[in-house]
Design a protein around this ligand. Structure first.
Ligand code: 5GP
Ligand code: MG
Ligand code: MG
Length: 184
């Protein structure tokens, strides 16, 4: 699939699923089932976090509700500026709810920093972050991230939800792109 566009596989499908099992156990332990309309609310930012959210949710042993946001950040295709506009907001009020933001990757952390402020202003009972991937630059911004799947080097990665020009999201693993893809 995708010819020889993928230069190397950074994280295999098996490694992703093992890690999701570990994360799901931690999350399930931390958010016991409360019942009566008090389920944990997972918030994914479209589109990159969708694969992770759906797999994570199926590994949890507690019920969750799922919400989606779409944002556009002003910046180039491969870096973000921290200036964010909401294209699609949550469908429901999160006041008084336990909320877990599910992220594909934290790079500069600017998008997440904005999102945390925005969601915090809606007065959730709690607000935490679970990201599958984190890059080294993320330490520069003070964003509290409770659950991290993998720390990865500062390389542009695709697959398992992550795209380059809307391609490669459907790969079941995470890999790096051959430089010829950017330059063509
Ligand atoms: P941040 O605001 O943390 O710099 O950027 C977060 C967003 O930038 C991610 O949700 C993702 O859409 C994009 N991004 C950052 N690094 C990568 C990467 O290595 N590969 C891909 N495909 N997207 C990335
Ligand atoms: Mg994201
Ligand atoms: Mg993208």
């Amino acid at each position: 699939m995708y010819g020889d566009d993928i230069a190397s596989v950074l994280i295999t499908e098996k490694e992703i699923h093992e890690k999701i099992g570990e994360l799901a156990k931690q999350v399930s332990d931390d958010y016991p089932e409360r019942g009566d309309r008090d389920d944990l609310v997972l918030v994914a930012v479209l589109k990159g976090a969708v694969m992770f959210m759906t797999d994570l949710s199926r590994s949890l042993t507690v019920p969750v509700q799922m919400e989606f946001m779409a944002v556009s950040s002003y910046g180039s295709a491969t870096s973000s500026s921290g200036v964010v506009r909401i294209l699609k907001d949550l469908d429901r009020d999160i006041a008084g709810r336990h909320v877990l933001i599910v992220e594909d990757i934290i790079d500069s952390g600017l998008t997440l920093s904005w999102l945390l402020k925005n969601l915090q202003s809606r007065n959730p009972a709690s607000l935490e972050v679970c990201t599958l991937l984190r890059k080294p630059d993320a330490v520069k911004v003070e964003v509290p991230v409770r659950y991290v799947g993998f720390e990865i080097p500062n390389e542009f990665v695709v697959g398992y939800g992550l795209d380059f020009a809307e391609r490669y999201r459907d790969l079941p693993y995470i890999g790096t792109l051959d430089p010829k893809v950017y330059s063509s």
